[in-house]
Design a protein around this ligand. Structure first.
Ligand code: NI
Length: 176
């Protein structure tokens, strides 16, 4: 079911999400379905459970051909529960991000270039990947939601944060 997406300012988005304790339950599958329906309805690259008001450590992400990120590298569709991140090296890079909870805006955010992430899928199977680039950026953005962090809180220079129409005049950007 498509759910309303909470917007920045809602206190749920600033909470630390609780770990999932039981896998492969009807409740967890229903939550996954809601996340999936809601993300697809907005053409999002990812979504975290707190964004639909559920303070649990579950995110999904994936980028195929996405009108919001026309030049982005593809990222495989992933369900990630109780994630832990481990940077590989100290290198960081800046890149533009948007968020369904901060509609109509973009900001430049520094993220680790390469990282290893671990967690579980909805059935409790282990996920363990080492990734880089846009995939690494998406994982960091989504897992930040589980820590109560929204990307504008990581923007270093607020001149690189603003409204799509002003930042990218004349460009066709799908509004979130
Ligand atoms: Ni987001």
């Amino acid at each position: 079911m498509i759910k309303p997406v909470l917007r920045m300012g809602d206190p749920v988005l600033f909470k630390r999400a609780e770990p999932v304790t039981q896998f492969d339950t009807p409740q967890l599958h229903a939550l996954l379905q809601d996340l999936d329906d809601t993300m697809r309805s907005k053409n999002g690259a990812g979504i975290a459970a707190p964004q639909i008001g559920v303070s649990l450590q579950m995110v999904i992400f994936g980028v195929g051909a996405n009108p919001r990120y026309p030049d982005a590298e593809e990222v495989p569709y992933t369900v990630l529960i109780n994630p832990t991140l481990e940077p590989v090296g100290a290198e960081m890079e800046e890149g533009w991000e948007g968020c369904l909870s901060v509609p109509g805006m973009r900001g430049v955010v520094p993220r680790y270039t390469q990282l290893r992430y671990r967690g579980f899928d909805q059935f409790g199977n282990a996920v363990d990947r080492t990734v880089s680039g846009f995939h690494a950026r998406v994982v960091q953005h989504e897992t930040d939601h589980l820590l109560g962090i929204l990307y504008p809180m990581r923007v270093r220079d607020l001149r690189n944060f603003g409204f799509n129409e002003e930042l990218f005049p004349g460009q066709q950007i799908v509004d979130d």
